[in-house]
Ligand binder design. Sequence first.
Ligand code: NAD
Length: 294
Amino acid sequence: MSLIAFVGLGNMGGPMAANLVRAGHHVTGFDLVPSSLEAAEADGIAIANSAREAVAGAEIVLTMLPAGKHVLAVWTDILPAAADGALLIDCSTIDVESARAAHVMAGKRGVLSLDAPVSGGTVGARDATLTFMVGGSADAFAAGEPVLARMGRRVVHCGEAGSGQAAKICNNMILGITMIGISEAFVLGEKLGLGHQALFDVASTSSGSCWALTTHCPVPGPVPTSAANNGYKPGFATDLMLKDLNLSQEAARSAGAATPLGAEAASLYREFQGGGNGGVDYSGIIAFLRERAG
Ligand code: NAD
């Protein structure tokens, strides 16, 4: 059993912390939202009055927060209260620059740190089937891997500080681009009189096959569990897809990488979101592309 602190008990952090309790760890948590605290308490998490109070004495400290500015603010607040020998792990999806800055702060305090963003969404958080993409030293990874493994199915060490965030935004840039490509193909198929199932049967077993098609197929029918069968209820909300695409473009600009399709995907998702679709599953962009076709 480890003493674990968990700051940020929202849609992802709440169920992740609950899985650590189920695994036999003692988890103390904190969030700013009272309803999240109540839900966490019901899951067996001890509630602290502040993030600082939560981390006091903890061997491992996890954060699961909205964006880089929240992570830097919380880490600035908690690092002085962290125990000697503690390991800090940030599982939020944030910009690479902030992730690296957080590692530097932890290093100055003399504690180990990891950036460990996840893939798998709220279902993966609930079922402990997340994939963790982890950046940090080999020592930090060795210390953090057993705890991350209780919340997920795969824990991949991607490299030094910030590499987990780099892997996450590269992966999700692929996902955003491929979902638009798949949706364009279905819209073109409709115009050509091609049935959804026929296109799926061919593409899913041919060179057009990819994870977004076979798991998140944007038309109802071929993949019964996809959001298209459920009124495009997320799943993976457009707001989050756009967040990740924006992070990828920010990183591309600062690293000097050419990502023209990533930029176009971000622009299309921005327009889709601007039409009031931020809470719609990202595969719902097919409706927006259909409208464009007239
Ligand atoms: P959320 O908004 O449900 O949870 C974030 C929580 O952080 C909130 O409960 C908020 O009150 C809390 N918080 C903010 N500032 C705080 C502070 N100073 N002290 C304590 N708590 C604070 O968001 P989420 O869906 O759980 O996502 C969390 C992170 O995981 C984000 O970075 C997101 O991009 C990433 N992510 C989300 C999903 C998903 O499907 N929801 C999937 C993969 C990754």
